[in-house]
Design a protein around this ligand. Structure first.
Ligand code: FEO
Length: 160
């Protein structure tokens, strides 16, 4: 594997752990605001992000690469209301999608076919995550003004 690809994948490991950390911060905000349904949903997202990071770590190991772990920044999302929290999650997923696509483009440029195949799972997963986040944002925007609207959306998030 080319060093550029290995380095990009290493950076992605840190980004995925940061995603987990950000989702934990968002989950904390919901828990502190007594919206445990949303809180549980974002805790689940935090767990999934750690799995994504470990998938990449394993891939690097399987290909004889060393993994340079980066420092994790403290997430400080500016959340003043439910909509801010959900919007922060969507914006972050878009950032992660762009990051994955950037590695894919590098893998194409380097004729690294194995990494292209490996990244396809992440490309599909990002589509799914963006869809979920968009859907949540649409509903919160439409129905979130009303206290019962948020109450019902919180119940819905608990069942997801
Ligand atoms: Fe693993 Fe949602 O990015």
């Amino acid at each position: 594997m080319k060093e550029t690809i290995s380095a990009l994948l290493g950076e992605q490991v840190t980004k995925e752990f940061y995603s987990a950390y950000l989702y934990l911060a968002i989950a904390n905000w919901f828990e502190e605001n007594d919206l445990g349904g949303f809180g549980g949903w974002y805790l689940k997202q935090a767990e999934e992000e750690q799995e994504h990071a470990m998938k990449i770590v394993e891939y690097l190991h399987d290909n004889g690469q060393s993994v340079q772990l980066g420092a994790l920044e403290a997430p400080r999302p500016e959340i003043g209301c439910v909509r801010d929290a959900v919007a922060a999650a969507l914006a972050h997923e878009k950032y992660i999608t762009a990051s994955i696509e950037n590695i894919y483009a590098a893998a194409v440029a380097e004729n690294d076919y194995r990494t292209q195949v490996f990244l396809q799972w992440f490309i599909t997963e990002q589509g799914e995550e963006e869809k979920n986040a968009e859907e949540m944002l649409t509903k919160v925007t439409r129905y979130g003004e009303h206290p019962m609207g948020i109450y019902n959306l919180d119940k819905e998030a608990a069942g997801r």
